[in-house]
Design a protein. Structure first.
Length: 190
């Protein structure tokens, strides 16, 4: 009897998770960077395309509102979430510039940029990292596959290997949730 689709997907998810488990030191480094920035009155900017844009908005909401425990808001912005800006920048310039323009407009030295790309091949995320570097932001890349052409641009890189976008995205949201809880703990908010 052939393996069911569900069991195959679970196995892929589990195998990816085993690789994510080996990233504890990198996740601690990312959480410390975010906590240090927030402790110093800075903010978190987050960007991504498609499902990664949804993950960026989800993570920004978790920073500003809360995860599971009651606490005060933490400053975070999902770039590209404002439709009029997104369509104007795409129309007047290029879709490749949407996150770069936002980083240049909103980013301040010491802020954090989290760029999410399941392929590592999102030109607008790559350009956001370049702009963040120019403005002295600390950068965290949440990538997939082999990191693509975005690999090597961020201060901290978390790359979920694999070929399935769905499995990569599943672990990206887990990693984002984990980072937020780790930041809350490091800030001693409870």
């Amino acid at each position: 009897m052939p393996e069911s689709s569900f069991k195959r997907m679970w196995q892929e998810h589990f195998e990816s998770g085993q690789r994510v488990l080996q990233m504890e030191d990198i996740l601690n480094e990312a959480a410390t960077s975010i906590a240090d920035a927030l402790r110093n009155g800075k903010k978190v900017l987050i960007c991504g395309n498609g499902g990664s844009a949804s993950d960026a908005q989800h993570a920004a909401e978790e920073f500003v509102v809360k995860m599971e425990r009651e606490r005060g808001p933490l400053p975070a912005i999902a770039l590209g979430a404002h439709a009029p800006f997104l369509t104007a920048a795409s129309n007047d310039y290029s879709f490749d510039t949407i996150f770069e323009r936002s980083v240049r407009a909103l980013g301040q030295p010491g802020d954090i940029l989290i760029g999410i790309s399941t392929s590592g091949r999102s030109e607008n995320v790559r350009r956001a990292f370049v702009a963040a570097s120019d403005k002295d932001l600390t950068t965290i890349a949440l990538l997939g596959r082999d990191g693509g052409f975005t690999k090597g641009l961020a201060d901290v890189e978390i790359t979920v290997p694999g070929t399935s976008t769905a499995r990569i995205q599943e672990w990206h949201i887990f990693i984002l949730h984990s980072l937020i809880e780790m930041v809350e703990d490091e800030l001693g908010l409870f």
